[in-house]
Design a protein around this ligand. Structure first.
Ligand code: FAD
Ligand code: SF4
Ligand code: SF4
Length: 375
């Protein structure tokens, strides 16, 4: 594995990791850890903030693809959290990155953002991560986002608009009330600037808007509206769409199920689930692992994914203690295990996406296996 130069700008003692050539896909681009300063914080709604992070001039540039995400670490918060880049990279200054962060009550990072004037505060930003991105077909784009899932979809539609893609796009956005809507003008601008031979349609759908309000747009759950008014009525056809979902996992699960039931192939569905600390940490099946190190090169926290041995389990079959193997002591990974420490994992799922051998999943058996038995 290539752990390259130490980043001396990084106050939190991370590393810049350069991934091996050749550049196979967007995941294997350079993942860098930069120090940055919060340049601005702006309210998009009563609970959603737009923050712009300016990375230091002399740090290596973080080159993201629209749809990817980064992890952000803020003062007073021991672990970072994941946030999607909210603008197409070509629409930002090269050393600046915009994020939309929604306040979660009791949430450490989002409460810190909401809790005072954060402009000028130093943060650590690590990325780019993830494989969510615009595909290069000419099929109709069906984008469905909820809440702060607007971020990654906004980046993707901005990028598609800049590229003047030769395809139609329907963007369904699920929110609770009119007070939860944002980027309304930006959506109109994308509609105006979309390739003139094709169409971009932005459709906000409200689930909790008061019956007697002045809202004359669609109501209900966004995935239901898409199903009833567009899929069932043949406005869009599974024979000619690529679907993009971003936001809360339950919304995505429902939408994906709807499209699968309608016959859309999994290869035509892309999604970015905003997992959080309530989600299960992924598990490594060491019998599938080929020790390629790709997961280690994208991990955003030093101790989430480690080499370990001497596991003890509790009554429920979960690991209660383990011994971390240091390079001086190692007997080789053949006899130890790569292990995800539940208490350190931030549920970014970057390792799951990075693993080329399907060796990491939240569904695997939690008891670590070694590659070989010690005889
Ligand atoms: C790939 C990826 C991209 C993401 N992109 C974004 C983004 O662009 N914008 C954004 O706002 N978020 C995004 N998230 C979610 C984000 O990473 C954090 O989970 C979220 O901001 C909460 O962090 P916190 O520190 O405020 O809360 P935490 O301190 O992590 O959680 C505190 C408590 O709040 C509860 N909690 C956490 N999240 C929620 C929730 N959503 N609803 C209800 N209760 C909750 C938990 O039970 C926990 O006990 C993304 C997540 C992933 C995996
Ligand atoms: S173990 Fe995987 S999902 Fe957990 S923080 Fe590390 S890279 Fe992210
Ligand atoms: S778990 Fe996957 S990514 Fe990590 S070393 Fe093993 S094969 Fe490579």
């Amino acid at each position: 594995m290539a752990v390259a130069q130490k980043n001396f700008h990084d106050p939190f003692d991370f590393y810049i990791r350069k991934l091996p050539e050749p550049d196979r896909d967007i995941q294997t681009k350079r993942v860098s850890v930069n120090s940055g300063v919060i340049k601005s914080v702006e309210n998009l709604t009563y609970d959603t903030y737009k923050i712009v992070i300016q990375c230091s001039d002399d740090a290596p540039q973080m080159v993201a693809t629209a749809g990817q995400y980064a992890t952000i670490k803020v003062p007073g918060c021991r672990k970072p959290r994941s946030y999607s880049f909210a603008k197409a990279p070509e629409n930002e200054n090269p050393d600046e990155h915009t994020f939309f962060i929604r306040l979660v009550h009791g949430g450490k990072l989002s409460s810190w953002i909401a809790g005072g004037n954060r402009e000028g505060e130093h943060v650590v930003i690590s990325g780019p991560l993830g494989k969510f991105a615009l595909d290069d077909s000419n099929k109709t784009m069906v984008c469905i986002a909820g809440g702060s899932g607007m971020s990654a979809i906004n980046a993707i539609v901005e990028h598609a608009c800049n590229k003047q893609v030769e395809r139609d796009c329907y963007f369904f956005y699920g929110a609770r009330t009119q007070a939860d809507l944002y980027l309304q003008e930006e959506m109109q601008e994308i509609e105006r600037n979309w390739n003139k031979y094709f169409s971009f349609k932005y459709i906000p759908v409200l689930s909790e808007e008061a019956e007697d309000s002045d809202w004359d747009g669609p109501r209900g759950f966004v995935t239901e509206h898409f199903k009833d008014e567009y899929l069932s009525k043949g406005v869009v056809s599974v024979n000619d769409i690529k679907a993009y979902f971003c936001g809360p996992p339950p919304m995505i699960d429902l939408g994906v199920e709807t499209l699968q039931n309608a016959g859309l192939d999994d290869s035509d569905i892309y999604f970015d689930k905003f997992e959080d600390i309530r989600s299960p940490a992924p598990v490594i099946d060491n019998t599938k692992c080929v020790l390629c190190d790709e997961c280690l090169m994208v991990k955003p926290v030093p101790n989430c994914l480690v080499e370990a041995t001497n596991f003890k389990t509790n009554g429920g079959g979960e690991v209660s203690s383990f011994e971390r193997v240091t390079p001086a002591k190692t007997s080789g990974l053949y006899y130890n295990s790569l292990f995800i420490d539940d208490n350190e994992c931030i549920r970014c799922y970057a390792c799951v996406e990075a693993c080329p051998h399907d060796a990491i999943s939240a569904d695997y058996d939690k008891i670590p296996k070694t590659l070989r038995r010690i005889s």
